[in-house]
Design a protein around this ligand. Sequence first.
Ligand SMILES: Cc1ncc(COP(=O)(O)O)c(C=O)c1O
Length: 441
Amino acid sequence: MNDSTPRLTRRDLLASSVVTSLGAAALGASAPAASQPIGSMPATTKELWQWFRTQPVLDLQRTYLDVATAGPTLRAAMATEYRVRDSQSLNLASFAEGQWSAESTRMATAFGGFIGCDADEVVFTRGTGEALATVANGLDLNAGDEIVTTNREHPATVSPWLLLARRRGIVVKQIDLPAPMSGPEQALGLFAGAVTDKTKAILFSHVQYADGTLMPVQELCQFARSRNLISIVDGAQAVGMLDFQLRDLGCDFYGTSFHKWLGGSNGTGMLYVRRDMLERIWPTLPRGIDASPPVITPTQSNGHIGVPAALHKLGNIVPLSWAPLRGAEVALDFQQQVLRSRIEARIRELTIYARLRLQQLPGVEVLTPNRPGLWAGILACHVPGRLASDITLGLVRGHRVFARDLQWPGKSEGAVRISLHAFNTHDEIDKLFAGLQQVLR
Ligand SMILES: Cc1ncc(COP(=O)(O)O)c(C=O)c1O
């Protein structure tokens, strides 16, 4: 591959069509954000994906197969973020609290529309970890109450619960998810078998970060509802990769990040709070709101009247995260214009191709389920007798292919994980294959 590495230049920043649409109104509630048609987007499939590849700030000299850890940021999102920061600093004197409310409402409406919930159910956070820690720390669970989860959840998601186990005696039951999972009924059976009279909530990922297993979210949430349990879903690996609407999943809480598959910048994400769950959760970072009896402070807050309900109650960070959220909004709009269904189809097609390639390598054991409906854009494999960390090192050093090695329960060598976004190519998968052939020789 002889692509040169596109870098974000000052010219990009100033010339971006999104940026110019913002102008000095960047702080104002009426700014139309990002919904400009992408003029240069090619119509034909081949050209579309070539163009798509040039949209994020990405080192094209390397084969980057690790969006599951961190996704590259879209150039237009960065440009918008820069411009909003610029405008914010310039307009400090005209800053008004009413703008917080109006802008919070506008953004919560935009993100709610994308993910499939109401503006009143959106809380902006710095990522999935913060979103789901807000749930763990805000629910009224007591000593002896149980939460059932799996042994394959991300540390950021399960740690708040493990801490609550130590601090308050909450019981965290981690069921052993098999790899590969044989079918949705296996996950359902394992959760159903672990739930007792003391269980108050279940917690699992939409897409498992370690091996890409697509969990039967709808069925698990239905099960939770039938048993009067709270369902908490980790969507870090789903938003920006899959085309879905939250209202079809039926969960109570859903946390996600905008800095992985969506193309927003680091430190952006959200928590969905089902409307009727709002009264069951306490804020852990209140910003002088909902104080009863009222707390008098030198700058009396009116509680930001007009801010959507969940943001109002759980801490309105919009004023602090305005610029990166505006950038993430551009990323969201970008996905809608390319079409989420098209992005998902491309990711799935690349993943099938990568899987077929991996299966051609003797000794490589794919850990991601094969069954339709149980996999997405992430693959994990294990090579008995070969350390995963040696394999990933060999791929980077010898082939400039960047994959991730992970620890794996019951497999001392660990596992190699690859994640494929729509900007990846079949050529890159061939590079991975050739690299693995050499490294495993
Ligand atoms: C499944 C899962 N949950 C949570 C997180 C933490 O996300 P964040 O960094 O946005 O807090 C990650 C990060 O990789 C993840 O993969």
